[in-house]
Ligand binder design. Structure first.
Ligand code: PLP
Length: 566
């Protein structure tokens, strides 16, 4: 199989993870789902794009939880040939002086109106390579710094090289989804230096590279930036490339910071919510930072009963998600019944997976995302006695959890154990279910089937968050800390409810506010004024689903980030 690249300009979208389908385990969480949702929207709108990522033959990992909530992991075995087409084109990169060959696989997102959007998966498991080099595209976020840096050479430099090998001569924009692919800037710099014979630090050379690059940063936490020691960079890339990075001052404090490298070379930089733009601007005062708030892909995240409801009332929603605004006039009983159907689908999935039978008339709270400390999955269990009192006095509740902790994130694993402990202490009063193996297909059930979506991050660490948007597409309101997207999506009592005050971040006060809202407002509305609760569901759709979708988001990228290069 060979590619037939389009003649027109193309945007190349680079991401260490891309979530396309739950049977293709090449993503870990929100970043990868966003990448998949972005490319799906691009294909629908007809934006000429191509995605580039790694094949991850062993995936992220398969999660196993014992009865105390101890997580163990095993590799995911999947067969790329069952899901992707193998291409015959090859390219190579130099790693530690060795020539490492890279093959490519392709997945196609068909476009109804323009060129299809291909996604290219880079693969080093080729007979020409050494045994170790063959493993470079095995594990997503696995291994040590050395392994990771070599993977980033494959993604950034290899990704750029494969586009040439595939005949893509008109890549006018390289969009870096996070800093993992930032070495592509070095690849562009090398090319430009070869073409002009000018040195790396020549302004004209830098401008040509900068003109091509767009960078989306995804974390407001400096400790989460991808960084590598200079000695490692020298070992992997060699002296000449290292000197080049030094001459343009991209190696400081003896480290190569991938966020700084991407910032330095990008013509357009954005955060993923208004708040994230603000924080990023104060972290990087010498760069102009914009914001394009995240969204989710409507057709991927809307459950069947809501798809039918939207098709009946606003059939245009499929081609233009803005039409979801008109859901505001849909009769409440229809919203109620569509939700109940999604809830029953979730409860039957839970029964099938765990044998646990939950009651569809009980108010169901959901929390599912990567298990990592700043997300504070255990905030709901801050005071178990108070939670029990709410369930016995305001009305019964049941809680659904899901999420994986990175294999090396001990603190994340502790949180899963804490949830299991709390579940034991609550048994008999509040059923708590923790579902293993949170992925795209489970997320569809959980985000659409619960009654209330919980989001309790440590401010200001949630750059955006997206699962509350998936919930909104299904008429599920959020109860969330005012951080990330929720600052924009929150209208108190209309699209959901806030936890705590905007300006303060105190765990005690936030837990108190969380209980207070549940006890005095949310649970009473759910049981005593169900049609008021349905009104909140409906407004969450009309106000938030109509805006927090990847069609709006990609049109903004097109207008603000991509178009200037056309
Ligand atoms: C949407 C999604 C996430 C991200 O959720 P956040 O609320 O942004 O943390 C993570 N994992 C899966 C499987 C998802 O579908």
């Amino acid at each position: 199989m060979t590619m037939q690249p389009p003649q027109a300009s193309v945007v190349a979208y680079f991401s260490m993870e891309i979530g396309l389908d739950s049977s293709i385990p090449t993503y870990a969480g929100g970043l990868g789902i966003l990448a998949g949702d972005s490319l799906r929207a691009a294909s629908e709108i007809g934006i000429p794009m191509i995605g580039v990522t790694l094949l991850h033959r062993k995936g992220y990992f398969r999660q196993h939880l014992d009865s105390d909530g101890n997580q163990t992991e095993s590799p995911v075995e999947w067969k790329p040939e069952e899901h992707l087409q193998k291409l015959s084109e090859r390219c190579s990169v130099t790693i530690e002086g060795r020539q490492v060959w890279i093959g490519a696989w392709r997945y196609i997102l068909p476009s109804p109106i323009a060129d299809d959007v291909p996604v290219i998966f880079l693969d080093t498991a080729l007979p020409e390579n050494s045994e170790w080099d063959r493993t470079l595209t095995d594990y997503l976020y696995g291994g040590d710094k050395h392994y990771r840096f070599c993977q980033e050479v494959v993604l950034g430099l290899g990704g750029l090289a494969i586009l040439s090998a595939l005949g893509y001569a008109n890549v006018t924009v390289c969009h870096m989804n996070e800093g993992h692919s930032a070495l592509l800037t070095l690849g562009l710099l090398n090319r430009e230096m070869e073409r002009t014979g000018l040195p790396a630090d020549d302004q004209r050379t830098l401008d040509v590279v900068r003109d091509r690059c767009v960078f989306t940063t995804h974390t407001p936490v400096p400790a989460a930036f991808d960084k590598f020691p200079t000695d490692l960079v020298r070992q992997v890339l060699g002296e000449e490339q290292t000197q080049k990075l030094m001459s343009i001052e991209c190696l400081s404090d003896d480290t190569l910071n991938m966020t700084f490298l991407a910032l330095f070379f990008s013509r357009y930089i954005n955060g993923v919510s208004m708040r994230h733009e603000e924080i990023s601007s104060s972290m990087f005062p010498s760069y102009p930072i914009n914001s394009v708030s995240n969204g989710v892909h409507a057709l991927t995240w809307t459950s069947e009963p809501f798809k039918r409801l939207y098709d009946r009332h606003v059939p245009q929603w499929r081609d233009d998600n803005l039409y979801l605004r008109y859901v505001v006039s849909v009769p409440l009983p229809e919203i109620h019944h569509a939700h109940l159907e999604a809830k029953e689908a979730l409860l039957s999935e839970i029964k099938q997976r765990t044998g646990i039978i939950l009651n569809p008339s009980v108010m169901t709270l959901g929390f599912a995302r990567r298990m990592t400390p700043y997300k504070r999955a255990d905030l709901l269990f801050y005071d178990l006695e108070r939670l029990k009192k709410i369930a016995s006095q305001a009305g019964p509740i049941q809680i659904i959890y899901a999420g994986k902790a990175h294999p090396q994130d001990e603190a994340g694993k502790v949180i899963i154990r804490k949830i299991y402990q709390a579940a034991k202490q609550l048994s008999g009063t509040i059923p708590v279910v923790f579902l293993e193996e949170y992925d795209l297909s489970l997320a569809k059930y959980v985000c659409s089937g619960v009654d209330l979506w919980m989001n309790t991050p440590q401010k200001p660490e949630e750059a955006s968050g997206t699962s509350g948007m998936k919930a909104a597409f299904n008429g599920v309101p959020s109860l969330s800390v005012l951080d990330g997207w929720w600052i924009e999506g929150h209208f108190e009592g209309i699209t959901g409810w806030s936890i705590g005050q905007p300006a303060e971040a105190s765990t005690v006060k936030e837990a108190d506010s969380l209980y207070d809202k549940l006890e005095n407002i949310i649970v009473p509305i759910f049981y005593q004024h169900p049609s008021d609760f349905d009104t909140v569901r409906r407004s969450a759709i009309a106000i938030n689903a109509s805006y927090f979708n990847t069609r709006r988001m990609m049109l903004q990228y097109l207008e603000h980030a991509y178009m200037p290069a056309y």
